[in-house]
Design a protein around this ligand. Structure first.
Ligand SMILES: [Zn+2]
Length: 139
């Protein structure tokens, strides 16, 4: 009765698998990735602040000028990072409310592959394409 034993073992495995897939488990990898990205942005922002500390770090005038250019540059990056950070926070918020992975436009589930590639997305491919077409018309 080998076949019967195999079937039973498989059903146990399925049960365990579905338990892991529920709630946080389903998007566990994505949640970790979002938290990693969030930490990376925060770490970089912190580094930028310590680098700018005190004029003695730039004894030379030309160094100081280039430091200002760097500052402008890092501020521009920061703006982009702020936006991403906000998106990451919103995605984590949706994860904690168990509404993550639902397209905000058609309310269909967004395919896991798309979420994995772009974890902060709030739209499925179809709606994203529509939105882009609308933006083109508006411009
Ligand atoms: Zn959609």
């Amino acid at each position: 009765m080998k076949a019967k034993a195999n079937t039973r073992r498989r059903s146990v495995a399925v049960k365990r698998g579905s338990k892991a897939a529920s709630a946080a488990g389903k998007y566990g990898a994505i949640r970790r990735e979002l938290q990693k990205q969030r930490q990376a942005i925060l770490d970089e922002a912190g580094e930028g602040l310590t680098k700018r500390e005190g004029p003695e770090a730039f004894p030379d005038v030309s160094d100081q000028a280039s430091a200002e250019v760097d500052q402008n540059f890092s501020m521009r990056i920061k703006e982009r990072e702020q936006k991403l950070l906000k998106k990451i926070d919103e995605a984590l918020d949706r994860l904690s409310k168990n509404i993550y992975g639902i397209c905000e436009r058609c309310e269909e589930e967004i395919p896991y592959q798309r979420l994995k590639a772009r974890p902060v997305t709030t739209l499925c491919i179809g709606c994203k394409t529509l939105q882009e077409q609308e933006e083109k018309i508006r411009r």
